[in-house]
Ligand binder design. Structure first.
Ligand code: MG
Length: 255
């Protein structure tokens, strides 16, 4: 398994591959060809960044049966899609900013797909694996009160800092059966497995590519299981997915 990190070290932003507790910097593009370059850097000596800068995040709503039930929604017959803007992206340990327009901000731990190659109108979901670079954790932060008030998702899902992504991209990972957990201040709040996804990763890649072109680095976030709940300033949220690692962020009052 290869884990790709993006990080800042001595003023430079680079990608690197995890080897033991160090990052081996690479040259080239993680989407095409890359090779190690330079000395390994201890992972503790870098600032980790969001592992990609997507042009867009395509998000899937109600994609776990138990979450649809807890929200009182019927099961979807087709994927329910919405977009999160690229400007919402933050990385590991960055602050989620609690906006003054909302009084109910929820965490949603999700498995996210990182696209490798430009993909439009995929014929067959069997071709999807070839279009995927790997997988990461995503916290689809949501102003639940605004989602209900607006009846559509844009404002509720799009505040700056509302898409925490990381800590790495795990390549060569089978997304069909991964444990997914979310902790609030260390307490387990969501616990499921990606085998409970209503629409699978290959299905989603094909389906979305029939609508819009997916570009290298774009993210598809696959939806959240049951157990979503509110966060308060001062809280810490950890999204943990088997084979990827833990994405950790704290909530801060906006100022
Ligand atoms: Mg979500």
């Amino acid at each position: 398994m290869m884990k790709i990190y993006r990080f800042e070290h001595e003023g430079l932003i680079r990608w690197g591959i995890l080897r033991d507790e160090t990052l081996l910097p690479v040259r080239g593009s993680i989407f095409t060809d890359f090779a190690p370059e330079g000395a390994a850097i201890p992972i503790g000596a870098v600032k980790l960044l969001a592992p990609v800068e997507p042009s867009k995040i395509v998000a899937v709503g109600r994609n776990y049966k138990d979450h649809a039930a807890e929200m009182g929604n019927p099961l979807p017959v087709e994927p329910l899609l919405f977009l999160k803007p690229s400007t919402a992206v933050i990385g590991p340990h960055d602050a989620i900013l609690y906006p003054e327009m909302s009084s109910r901000v929820d965490f949603e731990g999700e498995l996210a797909v990182v696209i490798k190659r430009k993909t439009y109108r995929l014929d067959d979901e069997a071709e999807a694996a070839d279009r995927i670079l790997g997988y990461t954790c995503l916290n689809d932060v949501t102003a639940r009160d605004l989602q209900e008030k607006d009846k559509q998702f844009t404002r509720a899902k799009s505040f700056d800092t509302f898409a925490a992504v990381g800590p790495c991209i795990a390549a060569d990972l089978d997304p069909a059966s991964l444990e997914i957990k979310t902790f609030l201040n260390g307490k387990l709040r969501q616990s499921s497995n990606t085998r409970h996804l209503i629409f699978s990763v290959p299905f989603l890649v094909r389906f979305i590519s029939r609508i819009m072109t997916l570009l290298p680095g774009d993210i598809i976030t696959t939806g959240t299981p049951a157990g979503v709940g509110p966060m308060q300033p001062g809280d810490r949220v950890d999204v943990q997915i088997e084979g990827i690692g833990t994405l950790s962020n704290s909530v801060h009052k906006i100022r």
